[in-house]
Design a protein around this ligand. Structure first.
Ligand code: LRH
Ligand code: MN
Ligand code: MN
Length: 386
């Protein structure tokens, strides 16, 4: 196989998981702008997600968030997904939207609240059994706002205890993905604030526990690709929540704020063998002011473009320059790949896969956007918290 053929073959295998919540209404704490045609239930979210997959060929799974996507029959939801040509992906837990969680969930000082939180996580594993999902994605809003509010060390003990109980419940082939976030909603301490804390817990728990890197969850200036390289070396990178940010956890379209950073991340993924392993490439975004389905199509394409560039890095030329200590040449090799216009290559890849080479145009021409605006009348639109 020529090198280009190998790059194309790799691109054809790429799968990006889209989040159910990105199809629903969202906003900031100031305002949620409702959009016409937005899904009213998890079934309609899957219908929209199927359109993203239909036009990109690269979004075969959809992450759920419980209880936002609570239904009576998860097996029926899974069957609906398959009928539409997609599958249900990671199950995201939610222990942050209940009054009981004001002081935390599995780190809460009160054992009754901790029990409630752990029971919710166990319920999420039951749902995974029904949907055939591999991954349980855990993010905890737990933390404190004021020094002295609670004991930092005891909270870590409670976290470890709760995680261990859920870990024990995981079945064959199921994983627990632990996501960290620097701050928000807690402003003084967060109980899983960084990759080191997540890694330490996952290491103790065992092989099925892996770290998730949400690209919007770091302090400004953090070298995320270094974290990616380190976690991959340790066999602990479970996946990504991709999005982009200018300031904090902005949840903008991946590759919009800093496509160069996305390329550097994808280069480390490729370099560390993460592209051909079990690393889950998930989106975690909100489309507050832009049309949702085309924004998600654009996001999938942005990931594909960064990946194509990463795959095009001339590894032997780079290794040679690095070994020779040729700083400028090594940097030039990397930049050559980054500066390549990979859009024609991706158009070819799509054509070879029987897809329209221009997913955005093809989606717009399909009339799906107009159809759902006309048909989805009545009922309540899905959104954060519903
Ligand atoms: C937290 C987070 C986490 C949640 C999602 C809705 O900021 O990134 O992944 O599940 O947002
Ligand atoms: Mn996230
Ligand atoms: Mn987030």
């Amino acid at each position: 196989m020529t090198e280009l053929a190998a790059v194309k073959a790799a691109l054809k295998t790429q799968a990006v998981e889209t989040p159910s919540w990105a199809y629903g209404n969202s906003g900031t704490r100031f305002k949620v702008f409702a959009q016409a045609g937005v899904p009213r239930d998890p079934f309609e979210k899957l219908d929209d997600a199927a359109k993203v997959h239909e036009f990109t060929g690269a979004a075969p799974t959809v992450a759920l968030h419980i209880p936002w996507d609570r239904v009576e029959d998860y097996a029926a939801l899974g069957a609906h997904a398959e009928k539409r040509g997609v599958r249900i992906g990671a199950i995201n837990s939610n222990t942050f939207q209940d009054d009981d969680y004001k002081l935390g969930s599995i780190c809460h000082p009160d054992a009754t609240v901790r029990r409630k939180a752990v029971d919710h996580l166990l319920e999420c594993v039951d749902i995974m059994d029904a949907t055939g999902s591999r991954d349980l994605k855990l993010w905890f809003a737990d933390g404190t706002n004021y020094p002295g509010q609670d004991d930092i060390r005891s909270r870590q003990d409670r976290l470890a205890e709760g995680l261990a109980e859920v870990y024990e419940r995981l079945g064959e082939g199921q994983r627990m993905l632990l996501e960290y976030k620097l701050f928000e909603p807690a402003f003084y301490t967060t109980d899983v604030p960084d990759w080191g804390t997540a890694y330490a817990h996952c290491l103790k728990l065992g092989e099925k526990a892996q770290v998730v890197v949400d690209t919007g969850h770091h302090a400004p200036g953090t070298n995320i690709e270094f974290i990616v390289a380190t976690l991959l070396r340790e066999g602990k990178l479970g996946g990504f929540d991709f999005n982009s940010r200018f300031y904090a956890d902005d949840d903008l379209m991946v590759g919009a704020a800093d496509p160069f950073q996305l390329f550097r991340i994808m280069y480390e993924v490729v370099r560390g063998g993460g592209f051909t392993s079990d690393v889950a490439f998930m989106l975690d975004q909100c489309h507050n002011i832009e049309a949702k389905i085309p924004a998600i199509i654009r996001s999938v394409m942005n990931v594909q473009e960064a990946t194509a560039k990463a795959l095009l890095v001339d590894g032997s030329a780079l290794a040679e320059a690095q070994a020779a200590g040729d700083v400028l040449e090594a940097n030039a090799v990397l930049m050559d790949a980054y500066n390549t216009d990979v859009r024609p290559l991706l158009r070819e890849v799509r054509e070879e896969s029987g897809l329209d080479p221009e997913p955005m145009k093809a989606y717009r021409a399909s009339g799906w956007g107009e159809k759902v605006v006309a048909e989805r009348v009545g009922g309540e639109q899905a959104g954060w918290g519903a």
